[in-house]
Design a binder for this molecule. Structure first.
Ligand SMILES: CC(=O)N[C@H]1[C@@H](OP(=O)(O)OP(=O)(O)OC[C@H]2O[C@@H](n3ccc(=O)[nH]c3=O)[C@H](O)[C@@H]2O)O[C@H](CO)[C@@H](O)[C@@H]1O
Ligand SMILES: C=C(OP(=O)(O)O)C(=O)O
Length: 435
């Protein structure tokens, strides 16, 4: 198990580059199931979840190539035959997004078997809304021995109203609908940019989709799709994490290769806190500290375009460095405060009651040994360690590796003192539960 050693107190300066979005690349890779043709994706992030997705598709009989061309990672996926349309528990347990293969598998092959994802560190991760939608499209769903089985000769268009907004649920049913017979209308859809990116790929493959990025999506099903080439857009959560890294270290950092229009809620909050944020064209943002201390500001996580739950933990690290009381309300996942205990061990003053955390700042953080519990909790501990007094040791950084590409190299290049030390392999029982 690798660890990070981080010595705090260095302002980050220079330019840091954002990789392709993990949460866009994963559904786009799953979309390759829908065609016999080659799907070529560019700007694939070099993160562990992508390797997991590769293994998942390969275990079903797909050919998956991943290669680097200079700094750009590409993948070519060919699902000419899918001999084993099963998402096995061993893979699903390490990556909840595995459930994204359900819709495309049943649409393409008429059969999907996907292990039930179960809960994870950030809370229950049910997929009942995916199943309800597939049933409306005519799939017969059964559950046995921990596996969900969906069968349909051909899915048919349906009117689906999501009870609750779900990102991967919207993506999964969108992928099912593109090959269904007739029109599907989905209401109360997720409006996240990742849904738009997926719809752009599907459209390039020949799908007929209107309204992706709004709460109502209409799909006219087609009988087959072709291969396509698509570039994954930048990771807004990685970009946001870097913006906070610049702000928390009182640095002067340019976050490049991002899509500023996806960062609205975070940039507005940083400005409210007192960070100077300047946009440089449409693809770079500069963050600088001002002479006055940071001021507390509340956040409440919401679906896009609200403040993202995937930035809540990182924002909380920043809130520990702001003067006053910041209220952090987590509305999306019931248990996404695992970082609080570890931040408290570094000297943060945070009280949690239900879904609300009250952060009193500014706290002087002091370095210690901390444990990463999930992907974004790990990012929040890295940020805290960057300002803590002394050397922190972050354990279980495999959580971080799920979604951040070479984070230690990227941060080191802009002045952070961070090193990865490799240790013994994680025991099987500890091998990352996703979350
Ligand atoms: C791979 C990927 O894109 N992951 C993102 C995706 O996760 P994911 O798509 O899994 O999250 P959802 O949007 O589905 O979850 C939102 C809420 O809906 C609930 N729910 C969801 C589906 C369902 O069938 N039933 C149900 O009750 C969930 O428990 C949660 O409380 O969106 C989350 C919310 O922005 C992000 O934190 C994750 O990073
Ligand atoms: C929670 C996340 O990912 P996943 O949905 O894959 O667990 C995340 O990206 O923050």
């Amino acid at each position: 198990m690798d660890k990070f050693l981080i010595t705090g107190g260095r302002p980050l300066t220079g330019t840091i580059h954002v990789s392709g979005a993990k949460n866009s690349a994963l559904p786009c890779m799953a979309a390759a199931i829908l065609t016999e043709g080659d799907v070529i994706l560019e700007n694939i992030p070099q993160v562990r979840d992508i390797d997991t997705e590769r293994k998942l598709l390969a275990s079903m009989g797909a050919e998956v190539e991943l290669w680097d061309d200079g700094d750009i990672r590409r993948t070519r996926i060919r699902c000419a035959t899918l001999s084993d349309p099963v998402a096995k528990y061993e893979i699903v347990k390490t990556m909840r997004a595995s459930s994204l293969v359900l819709g495309p598998l049943v649409a393409r092959t008429g059969l999907a078997r996907v292990a039930m994802p179960g809960g994870c560190a950030i809370g229950g991760r049910p997929i009942d809304l995916h199943l309800k939608g597939l049933e409306k499209m005519g799939a017969a769903i059964t559950t046995q021995h921990g596996y969900i089985e969906a069968r349909a000769d051909r899915l048919r268009g349906a009117h689906i109203v999501f009870d609750k907004i779900t990102v991967t649920g919207t993506e999964d049913l969108l992928m099912a609908a593109v090959l269904a017979d007739g029109e599907t209308v989905m209401e109360n859809c997720a409006r996240e940019p990742e849904v738009i990116d997926l719809a752009a790929l599907l459209t390039a493959m020949g799908a007929r989709i209107h309204g992706a990025g709004t709460s109502t999506i209409r799909v006219q099903g087609v009988t087959s799709l072709s291969g396509a080439r698509h570039r994954i857009f930048p990771d807004r959560i990685e970009a946001g994490t870097f913006l906070i890294a610049g702000a928390i270290t009182a640095g002067d950092l340019i976050v490049a290769d991002c899509n500023i229009s996806h960062l609205g809620a975070l940039i507005a909050k940083l400005q409210e806190v007192g960070v100077r944020v300047d946009t440089l064209g449409r693809e770079a943002v500069r963050v600088r500290s001002t002479s006055s201390p940071l001021q507390a500001a509340d956040i409440s996580t919401e679906e896009y375009p609200g403040f993202p739950t995937d930035m809540q933990a990182q924002y909380m690290a920043l809130a520990t460095q702001a003067d006053g009381v910041s209220i952090v309300k987590e509305n999306i996942f019931e248990n996404r405060f695992m970082h609080v205990q570890e931040l408290a061990r570094m000297g943060a003053n945070i009280r949690v009651e239900g879904r609300t955390a009250t952060v009193r700042g500014k706290s002087r953080l002091s370095a210690t040994n901390v444990m990463c519990s999930d992907l974004r909790a790990s990012a929040s501990l890295v940020l805290a360690a960057l300002v803590a007094d002394g050397q922190s040791v972050l354990d279980r950084v495999y959580h971080m590796d799920r979604g951040y590409e070479r984070i230690e190299e990227k941060l080191r290049a802009v002045g952070a003192k961070i090193a990865r030390v490799s240790n013994v392999p994680a025991p099987q029982s500890e091998e990352a539960l996703a979350g």
